[in-house]
Design a protein around this ligand. Structure first.
Ligand code: GLU
Length: 420
């Protein structure tokens, strides 16, 4: 049976790349584990008057290149190992993107679907009080992730500012615009992925106008990917799903109708102009482009053989396991790795943080143009690294190539600082 512990997977990915590039053993050991792991248990008053204890995490994986950076997830299935894995992927994501941050991640074990708005606010504030000593604009800067929103970031920034005794807008990114979030941040994860898709399709000779697309997930990433892939390229989204289930329609699905249905009923599976499908069927659907945009471990050794897409655009974190990597590679599927594809979120988070530090704000056009510049460069760097190894006779995946670049950058920073 394949190992599905995300942290073990992250370590395995790192070990693979370290071996290919001949990374110094001391550095590899340093980079296999997070620098700091914080676990907190804190009370939250519920609407019924009772108090519930929640467990939360904040992991700072590495800060050689800058403050920690990474989102906060509110998820009933959250584990410390998942947060550790996600914090390592953030480290590689920031390094590959060339932005001045290390990597971090946070999470709270909770089901936001079962919490009222005021409970959610109290929980968000209590979590920040609990981890307050470990974050800060120059220390570790959180952001949204699975089931967390700009509103939640606003409460968290407010709570941190109270602890600090002054406004600290730069402590958190992904904030609403009225309290100095960045233009373009709301769909930046998906927008970045579109720039990567544009470049990959160009190289592979795929006409995106004629492309059929399946998207797993209709949240912070998947929803906007749906909107953008149709608007920017004219591609047809034929399959969509969320945690409840999905729908498929040969003629293409309608974004506005799906958004309304999701809002009214809680799930895209209630869309009536299509055939109901499961999340497993979505992965195997006959499409040109498959976009896993939900959570980790969705394409595994058990179903990778059935992926018929030419391109897998990893918009989620960790959606493809190492066993699946091997199968996709063997089958010639262009699998664009997560920390390249979904870096748009953290890249615009970096812009938000920089704008907060300067108190000088950019237009949406400026944001997208700079995002395009950075992520297209990352894509080209990854392709070039794969090509360089190929010309030396070693075939490596795009994930290996991305890891090699990121590990080298973090290792160089640590070396220059005198850490080894
Ligand atoms: N949660 C997003 C990610 O996984 C964004 C992180 C950030 O903006 O710090 O990349």
């Amino acid at each position: 049976m394949e190992e599905l512990n995300p942290f073990k997977i992250a370590q395995e990915q790192l070990d693979n790349a370290a071996k290919i590039m001949g990374l110094d053993a001391q550095v590899q050991k340093l980079l296999r584990e997070p620098m700091q792991t914080v676990v907190v248990n804190f009370p939250v008053k519920l609407d019924n008057g009772k108090t519930e204890t929640f467990t939360g995490f904040r992991v700072l994986y590495n800060n050689a290149r800058g403050p920690g950076k990474g989102g906060i997830r509110f998820h009933p299935g959250e584990t410390l190992d998942t947060v550790k894995a996600l914090s390592s992927w953030m480290t590689w994501k920031c390094a590959l993107s060339g932005i001045p941050f290390g990597g971090a991640k946070g999470g709270v074990i909770c089901d936001p679907k079962n919490l009222s708005v005021s409970e959610l606010e109290r929980l968000s504030r209590a979590y920040i009080r609990a981890i307050g000593k470990f974050i800060g604009p120059k220390v570790d800067v959180p952001a949204p992730d699975v089931y967390t929103t700009p509103q939640i970031m606003a409460w968290m920034m407010d709570e941190y500012s109270k602890l600090a005794g002054q406004n600290e807008f730069g402590v958190i990114t992904g904030k609403p615009l009225e309290i100095w979030g960045s233009e373009g941040r709301f769909n930046s994860t998906a927008m970045g992925a579109m720039y990567v898709l544009r470049e990959a399709a160009k190289r592979a000779g795929i006409d995106l106008k004629k492309a059929r697309v399946a998207i797993q997930g209709f949240g912070n990433a998947g929803k906007f990917a749906f909107d953008l892939v149709t608007k920017l390229f004219g591609s047809k989204v034929v399959a969509i799903s969320d945690s409840e289930g999905g729908v498929y329609s040969e003629d293409g699905l309608d974004y506005n109708e799906l958004s309304n249905i999701k809002e009214k009923t809680g799930s895209v599976e209630n869309y009536t102009k299509g055939k109901k499908i499961t999340n497993e069927e979505l992965i195997e659907s006959k499409v040109d482009i498959l976009i896993p945009a939900a959570i980790e471990n969705q394409i595994t050794g058990a179903n990778a053989q059935k992926v018929s897409a030419k391109i897998v655009l990893e918009l989620a974190n960790g959606p493809v396991t190492p066993d699946a990597d091997k199968i996709l590679f063997k089958n010639g599927v262009i699998d664009l790795p997560d920390f390249l594809v979904n870096a748009g979120g953290v890249i615009v988070s970096y812009f938000e943080w920089a704008q907060n530090a300067q108190n000088y704000y950019w237009t949406q056009e400026e944001v997208y143009e700079r995002l395009d510049g950075l992520i297209t460069k990352s894509f080209n760097d990854v392709m070039k690294t794969q090509q360089d190894y190929k010309s030396k006779g070693t075939k490596i995946t795009l994930r290996d190539a991305a890891y090699i670049i990121a590990l080298q950058r973090v290792a160089d920073a640590m070396k220059t600082r005198g850490w080894y």
